[in-house]
Design a protein around this ligand. Structure first.
Ligand code: 9MR
Length: 485
């Protein structure tokens, strides 16, 4: 169902933050400043994907499987983008048309395409009131709750290790002034349905970042924005595994670019989640708004990337608004240049304490939830960025008896065509699960080598892998080497 843009004449005046939000935003900015180590920037990127990657970000698009055979479409996709979101192929009606009978053909097509072209995948969407198969629409109560859990377990499990981030729950908040939940069959199974969805997704794919995704949450002063913010804050406080918040950002005259957009992104980031712009399109491709959205993302260290909701205007769900970066013939529009310029003049993401790592909520389902231990990070190993070879840094989420470690591999002055990282685990620690890398050994000095889709890393760019284990995870000084193959 298409979200209706909500004109809100009662919108409060802008420019004044609630006191607590202003303080947490300031604290987040300060913390980010303390760990700022800028990546070396070699040159201006000439495509959206390379320009974003030079700033430690991705640039993505929604993709329709049936269009991949269109050479104009795939030509632009291959040239410009390094993240894809299946536009409809991973939704509940597509992946489970009959209860407990799963259908992954079109979604697999997109995932395979992405992997063979060096692109990552945002999964969209596991639990949503819209685009449910008929059988689910007719369920309620415990039967629906169990069906949702089974759906998430199967779909996230099918794509385990292949998804950068899942939109676990989509559009669960109501429009208008209340800031509360949207009524839906899922909501009527109980207010805890969202956190159950997140815990289920974490258990099914511990390596995927787990996002809440919504629209009309761009304006900090909107009640809906505040409602989502309060939910994320509560989830972080209670250890519900949430890693990221997606801002769809379908902007038009009824839902305009808000001057406090950067404030919104910063305030969410200060809660300890990654922020992502997930479905960007702008009525008539307003160049100022496109430039502002891009600059705002790059100004916030935890803004991991931008996804536009389609490639050409003719691919858009709102094609009459011409809201995308390429015209119907595939030509670059003025908005394309505005975005590219904003990417090239934006701020690189810090290379320590990377905002694209899983925040500390990654406990496996059978272990106690993570406590208050914050992720610890360490400086990259030598050689420092700028030299040939690579560096690596670890972000650790430790809880009593187990850990999840995310490792960022950063190429030096030359591109990598294969890499390996050796990490010394403390005595008694053991690796139980690895994603986006191949591990040799499970205790002591463990060597992690690239897998087929992430061995190639451009100069100054980075990739990530992760592993889960029992015991005490690797801390400061644990990276013994990062080696270019
Ligand atoms: O772009 C999608 C369009 O092809 C579908 O018909 C529509 C059906 O609900 O969903 C569109 O994508 C939506 C996305 O999944 C969630 N946010 C709003 C998007 C635009 O409606």
């Amino acid at each position: 169902m298409k979200p209706d843009p909500i004109p809100d004449p009662s919108r409060p005046s802008r420019g004044r933050l609630p006191r607590t939000a202003a303080l947490t935003g300031a604290a987040g900015t300060l913390a980010a400043g303390l760990v700022l180590v800028l990546a070396g920037t070699a040159s201006a990127g000439t495509t959206l994907g390379t320009a974003a990657a030079e700033k430690g970000r991705y640039f993505g698009t929604a993709v329709a499987a049936y269009k991949l055979s269109d050479s104009t479409y795939s030509g632009i996709l291959n040239r410009e983008f390094n993240m894809v979101t299946p536009e409809n192929e991973m939704k509940w009606d597509a992946t489970e048309p009959n209860q407990n009978q799963f259908s992954y053909g079109s979604a697999d097509q997109i995932v395979n395409y992405a992997q063979s072209h060096g692109m990552r995948v945002r999964g969209h969407a596991l639990a949503w009131h819209s685009q449910q198969p008929g059988w689910a629409q007719n369920l309620s109560g415990t039967a629906l709750r169990n069906a949702m859990i089974n759906h998430i377990t199967n779909v996230a499990g099918h794509y385990k290790g292949k998804i950068y981030a899942w939109d676990v729950v989509n559009e669960a908040f109501a429009d208008g002034g209340g800031g509360g939940r949207r009524d839906s069959n899922l909501q009527r199974t109980g207010n805890d349905w969202i956190e159950v969805a997140f815990r289920t997704a974490r258990a099914a794919d511990p390596g995927a970042k787990l996002c809440y995704n919504d629209y009309n949450t761009d304006d900090w002063n909107q009640a809906k924005t505040q409602g989502v913010y309060n939910m994320v804050k509560d989830f972080k406080a209670r250890g519900v595994p949430i890693d990221c918040v997606g801002f769809q950002s379908h902007l038009n005259n009824q839902s305009p670019y808000p001057s406090n957009y950067r404030t919104t992104l910063s305030n969410f980031a200060a809660l300890g989640v990654e922020v992502q712009i997930t479905e960007l399109d702008i009525e008539q491709a307003n160049t100022t708004w496109y430039r502002n959205v891009t600059s705002d993302c790059l100004a916030v260290a935890a803004c991991a990337g931008i996804t536009v909701w389609g490639i050409r205007d003719s691919d858009s769900w709102r094609s009459s608004q011409n809201p995308l970066l390429f015209d119907g013939s595939g030509n670059k529009k003025a908005a394309y240049t505005a975005v590219l310029d904003a990417l090239n003049s934006g701020t690189p993401v810090p290379t320590t304490a990377p905002p694209t790592s899983n925040p500390p909520t990654s406990a496996p389902p059978t272990s106690p939830p993570p406590t208050s231990a914050p992720p610890t990070s360490e400086p990259p190993t030598s050689p420092p960025p700028g030299n040939a070879g690579c560096t690596a840094s670890v972000t650790l989420n430790q809880w009593n008896g187990g850990f999840v470690a995310n490792v960022r591999v950063i190429a030096g002055a030359a591109a990598l065509n294969g890499w390996s990282v050796t990490i010394a685990l403390p005595s008694g620690a053991s690796v139980t699960n690895t994603w986006s890398a191949q591990a040799s050994g499970s205790s002591g000095a463990v060597r992690f080598a690239n897998v087929n889709y992430n061995g190639t890393v451009g100069a100054g760019q980075s990739t990530e892998f992760g592993f889960q284990g029992t015991g005490t995870g690797p801390g400061a000084g644990s990276v013994q080497s990062c080696t270019a193959a």
